[in-house]
Design a protein around this ligand. Structure first.
Ligand code: ATP
Ligand code: MG
Length: 195
């Protein structure tokens, strides 16, 4: 097993985070939690890169559709009327296409973040996927309010400022995908955390 202090996760500031001028705020919240930035870059992703970043399997696509359906059910909207289908997988496929458009609509920031339970802690700092249900104190809850209901009516993905890997395994794959086989990970000590 790796040293627990060396757990890494992959984080991106999404187009709305960049365009709202929240790059610094997002980085600040990671650093103030004593997480360490070990790689960081601004870049313009291609459609292919984003398409290969998000999983393509049926289970993952279906989950995207379920997030939409759960919101519709909660607020009493009819999935079939809104999306012309109530099939989770078909809704998920539409959402996935909008996601590629959204994620290629501006330059992004990509980062590798290191620290104890980095994967889970960064997800907690980001907040849940849907900003309208994210608690205040999270990045998504403090700076956004989007919902699949509005996003899907406007034929776009939910804008939620930041991406963070969901599992350590996914983090490993995403770091390789975005930084290459030999990612340029920096090694330095942070005062108060690493000594
Ligand atoms: P990310 O993977 O970007 O960190 P997440 O893990 O919280 O976010 P996922 O379920 O992996 O959420 O969905 C990936 C992205 O797809 C979301 O961050 C959001 O931008 C968009 N998205 C997810 N569900 C929906 C939906 N029902 N309608 C529109 N967009 C959605
Ligand atoms: Mg995800």
């Amino acid at each position: 097993m790796i040293n627990p202090k060396e757990e890494k996760t992959f984080v991106m500031v999404k187009p709305d985070g960049v365009k709202k001028g929240l790059i610094g705020e997002i980085i600040k919240r990671l650093e103030q939690r004593d997480l360490k930035i070990v790689a960081l870059q601004m870049f313009q992703p291609t459609k292919d890169e984003i398409d290969n970043h998000y999983p393509k399997d049926e289970q993952w696509v279906t989950r995207l559709g379920q997030k939409t359906k759960m919101t519709y059910e909660k607020y009493g909207y009819d999935a079939k009327k809104e999306m012309s289908t109530d099939n989770d997988f078909e809704i998920g496929q539409m959402v996935r296409e909008w996601l590629v458009d959204y994620m290629t609509s501006a330059p992004l920031i990509r980062m590798v973040i290191q620290g104890i339970h980095a994967v889970d802690v960064v997800r907690k700092i980001a907040g849940p996927t849907i900003p309208s249900v994210a608690d205040m104190g999270t990045i998504r809850g403090d700076f956004s309010i989007d919902s699949p209901l509005l996003a899907n009516r406007e034929k776009r993905a939910v804008m939620n400022l930041v991406h963070a890997s969901e599992t350590a395994e996914e983090a490993g794959q995403e770091i390789k995908h975005w930084f290459g086989e030999n990612p340029p990970i920096f090694d330095y000590k942070r005062f108060g955390v690493d000594n």
